[in-house]
Design a protein around this ligand. Structure first.
Ligand SMILES: [Zn+2]
Ligand SMILES: [Zn+2]
Length: 397
């Protein structure tokens, strides 16, 4: 079966479960496995227009478009002999322990996201989803925050190499998208926007409003640092008060979005209080924005998300459904077969519906703002720092 130009490619193959830092690590492969099983059980992988594709590991030349050669060699060495991992490259650390096959597993995620990017540019698909990807902390010269190779950055680089003139990357993970930002810090063709929990309370401690990009690309990095405890309406208001304005002004050829779902209230690492329903609304908005401002070309990636039963599978199944133009009604019951599998394999009761009961309601910036409100203050700081560099009004839409 060949993909139609308006179709969606979704990267999945059980081989992606090999990205496995070990039993007690939060980035457990079961999060991907349960997501894929839920997509299958909901009929999303067999829906018209959807093509599920595997991927080969990216080769060294491709990895070197983003990563330093010494770092790639260090990952290969640690992958062959985990005992040789070098902390100077972020390897063998608590966050990024080395494991056999680590190089291939991480490079395969890159291979998947790059293939999607190329498919979008070549017109073989309109949307691409790689929920195994979104490894946004990986830096040119080191692993960081559970991320070995930065698939998002490699996909963006590949699209620039194949003719894209401008790309916007929107990072909705609870953590600052520091690695992807670093790769394109001085690249005027790429605008990175990260909306995250403030670095004052969460790893990696960066991503404040005054971090705006290098001298060759001032305004090319935009950061919105939200206070811990921000809830649905504040998070959605924040996303919608910076992202659409900047994307519409930048007019990219492709919109790349990272959907880390560790913003969820139940996530064990982050401190935002976002529901599945708000995450679904955000995915819907990113999809609409791709159509209104990026010729429809949309590459959606996963990211963080460590509540593996109640959060990750449902959030990313909604994402796949949205990209497949088959959005799921929040009241959709979860398939009994999937629930039974969860209960057998994890020993926990699975959720019953595709919702947390949130309304997804929020007020846009045009309704006015309250300088005494901590979320509005964070939004205003970002708008005042970044919007003038894009010819936008920082105070009013
Ligand atoms: Zn995260
Ligand atoms: Zn669409």
């Amino acid at each position: 079966m060949t993909a139609t130009p308006d179709g969606v490619q979704v990267v999945w193959d059980p081989v992606f479960n090999r990205y496995d830092f070990g039993r007690w690590h939060p980035m457990a492969p079961i999060r991907l496995d349960l997501t894929a099983r839920l997509c299958e059980a909901l009929g999303l992988f067999s829906a018209p227009g959807v093509r599920v594709v595997s991927a080969q590991p990216a080769d060294e030349a491709l990895l070197r478009t983003v990563h330093e050669p010494e770092y790639v060699r260090a990952v290969q060495a640690a992958s062959a002999d985990p005992g040789s991992a070098q902390a100077v490259f972020g390897l063998g650390t608590e966050d990024d322990p080395a494991f056999p096959g680590m190089h291939e597993a991480a490079a395969r995620i890159v291979g998947g996201s790059v293939e999607l990017g190329r498919a979008l540019l070549a017109g073989r698909a309109l949307h691409g989803v790689n929920f195994c990807g979104g490894m946004h902390h990986a830096k040119p010269g080191c692993a960081s925050g559970f991320c070995v190779y930065n698939d998002a950055a490699a996909a963006i680089r590949a699209m620039l190499d194949e003719g894209a003139e401008r790309v916007v990357y929107v990072d909705l993970d609870c953590h600052h998208g520091d690695g992807t930002e670093a790769v394109f810090w001085d690249e005027p063709r790429v605008l990175t926007i990260s909306v995250h929990e403030s670095g004052t309370t969460l790893f990696p401690g960066t991503g404040f409003a005054d971090e705006l990009g290098g001298p060759g690309a001032l305004g090319g990095a935009v950061n919105l640092a939200l206070p811990a405890g921000t809830r649905d309406a504040g998070w959605l208001r924040a996303v919608h008060s910076v992202v659409p304005q900047l994307v519409e002004s930048f007019r990219p050829d492709v919109l790349v979005t990272q959907h880390g779902c560790d913003t969820h209230a139940l996530d064990p690492l982050g401190h935002l209080v976002v529901s599945l329903d708000a995450q679904r609304v955000a995915a819907e908005s990113m999809h609409a924005l791709a159509h209104s401002a990026a010729g429809g070309r949309w590459l959606a990636l996963g990211g963080g998300g460590y509540e593996v039963v109640d959060v990750v599978p449902r959030t990313w199944a909604h994402l796949v459904a949205e990209a497949a133009h088959r959005p799921l009604d929040p009241s959709t019951p979860l398939p009994e077969g999937w629930r039974a599998h969860v209960e057998e394999s994890v020993g926990r009761e699975a959720p019953r519906r595709m919702t947390d009961g949130g309304s997804g309601a929020f007020q846009g910036w045009s309704s006015g703002y309250d300088p005494g409100d901590p979320v509005d203050r964070a939004i205003l700081a970002t708008r005042r720092a970044a919007f003038p560099l894009h010819g936008l009004d920082p105070d009013f839409d």
